[in-house]
Design a binder for this molecule. Structure first.
Ligand SMILES: [Ca+2]
Length: 150
């Protein structure tokens, strides 16, 4: 009897943990920061001519980007469990800052007036994709994590 109760409890805990992981940075736009997600700031990383390469391949990562501090980064392995959280600018300002390449990369380059915020997300556009990624909404429609504005 006791064993059965423990088994049920363990299953409930596992289900809860899985739901928390699932809630982080989903492509559907409902991602919230959870204990399972680590935050890392990209501000002040890289210079205009020399980007810093980061990897999101392991773990669930929230890349935070304050638009008033310059950065130039390349992010590899950006997936459905990752996201970017921008402060100091709004979604409409970033609409004109997003473009894509034929190699499947998305480039975000927002100039605040005093700081260039540049992020290259390598390989986030799937092979055979026929749409265009040109603003926040079309980026967030991809199967990878979203750009959110706080
Ligand atoms: Ca920044």
């Amino acid at each position: 009897m006791m064993t059965k109760v423990l088994t049920i409890l363990r299953a409930a805990v596992l289900a809860g943990a899985m739901m928390m992981v699932g809630a982080c940075g989903s492509g559907s736009g409902s991602g919230e920061n959870t204990p399972a997600m680590q935050s890392t700031s990209i501000d002040a990383l890289g210079t205009l001519n020399a980007p810093v390469t980061l990897s999101a391949a392991t773990g669930s990562i929230n890349f935070t980007d304050d638009a008033s501090f310059a950065n130039n980064v390349i992010i590899q392995g950006f997936g459905a469990d990752d996201k970017i959280t921008v402060t100091g600018a709004n979604s409409a300002q970033y609409d004109a800052a997003i473009s894509s390449t034929s190699a499947g990369d998305v480039i975000i380059a927002y100039n605040s007036g005093t700081a260039l915020n540049r992020i290259v997300l390598q390989g986030v556009i799937p092979a055979g994709f026929t749409g265009l990624v040109f603003d926040v909404a079309s980026f967030n429609a991809l199967a990878v994590g979203d750009i959110e504005f706080k």
